[in-house]
Design a protein around this ligand. Structure first.
Ligand code: ATP
Length: 333
């Protein structure tokens, strides 16, 4: 039976990469129907709402959202749309797999890590207070409830996916109470998974170790802000932001999106790499248990990347987004 999903087209390169991904999904025969909405800055300028009510209603009905990058207008009093969506639907687990691809040349090899980023609190609660003209305070929130569920998800993922190690990333040496709570919950839950190796690393050391010896990392779990930073760092290790997909999971809703932003500098130039959104769509297919379509798309992408003739400029090639899309479609088995 066809499953209906909601699609947000987004800003910048969003519409181009969305069109490309939907064509590949159709060509792969994924059993999906789509309710597609324009959202973001362009939509706000046209109709006065960043996310139209009908788009929210569609997500609330379908519960699955494929979302391309959205620009939040800066300096106009808007809260980040990404943060808004994650909080409104309690999409607490942001899961970002970063894997080397032999076709993409970087100095790093065989990277295969999965980052679990807590998605609803930490400094992202957006509470800032002007103390006086020259002083602003920002609030960092860490709760047992939010920490427990993301840490447990990371361990459960490691157990069910044959992973060996879970690393907790924190700054508990300075933030003794907040990150200290996160770390102590990690240590408690680790005892329930004796078959898994566990360790913890301070965020600054983690950054250095990711560059010096990234192969030591397997599953990582961390509060919101560190997750944001570490996943961009991880994307640099595997060949750039064009290759990092993600899922945002809660108890009732699931949202799949590329880690990168709307890349306004290359919008409309037909050079955007759609792979991150395409791999996010594969995570969505796997979530929907359509493993066949997901694996056919993944292997078509792997072939195109391995052949190396049709690559977008961010991967050192000269192909347009559409030429890359067509090369993938030709290789769908
Ligand atoms: P945000 O704050 O929303 O995360 P950002 O401004 O930090 O966004 P991006 O929009 O992700 O950053 O872009 C960062 C750089 O990476 C830009 O130079 C952009 O062109 C490039 N980039 C991002 N995504 C892609 C992509 N899919 N294909 C090619 N280049 C990309």
């Amino acid at each position: 039976m066809e499953k209906t999903i909601t699609v947000f087209r987004g800003d910048g390169i969003g519409p181009e990469i969305t069109a490309c991904v939907l064509e590949i999904l159709r060509a792969a025969g994924a059993g999906l129907a789509y309710e597609i909405f324009d959202v973001g800055e362009a939509e706000w300028q046209r109709n006065g709402a960043l996310i139209p009510e009908a788009a929210y209603q569609s997500f609330e009905k379908n519960r699955i959202l494929l979302k391309s990058p959205i620009t939040t207008p800066i300096g106009k009093g808007f809260r980040s749309l990404n943060v808004t969506l994650r909080n409104k639907y309690d999409l607490y687990a942001n899961i970002r797999p970063a894997r080397s691809n032999t076709a993409v040349k970087t100095p790093f090899h065989d990277i295969d890590m999965v980052i679990f980023r807590e998605n609803t609190e930490d400094l992202y609660v957006g509470i800032e207070e002007q103390i006086d003209e020259n002083t602003v305070h920002a609030t960092k929130v860490i709760t047992r409830k939010a920490s427990e569920r993301i840490i447990r998800d990371a361990f459960q993922y490691a157990r069910t996916h044959g992973r060996k190690k879970v690393t907790c990333v924190h700054k508990a040496n300075i933030l003794k109470m907040s990150d200290g709570l996160f770390l102590s919950i990690f240590q408690d839950i680790a005892r329930e998974y004796p078959e898994l190796e566990t360790n913890d690393k301070i965020i600054d050391n983690t950054c250095m170790q990711m560059v010096m010896n990234p192969n030591q990392f397997d599953v990582l779990v961390m509060p919101n802000l560190y997750g944001d930073l570490i996943s961009d760092l991880a994307s640099g290790l595997i060949g750039g932001l064009g290759l990092l997909p993600s899922s945002n999971l809660g108890t009732g809703y699931a949202m799949f999106e590329a880690v990168h932003g709307s890349a306004p500098d290359i919008a409309g130039k037909h050079i955007a790499n759609p792979t991150a959104l395409l791999w996010s769509a594969c995570m969505m297919l796997e979530y929907l248990k359509d493993f066949d379509s997901a694996s056919r798309i993944r292997s078509a992408v792997d072939q195109v990347l391995a052949e190396g003739h049709v690559l977008t400029p961010d991967l050192g090639g000269h192909a347009t987004t559409e030429e890359y899309r067509d090369a993938i479609i030709r290789r769908l088995g």
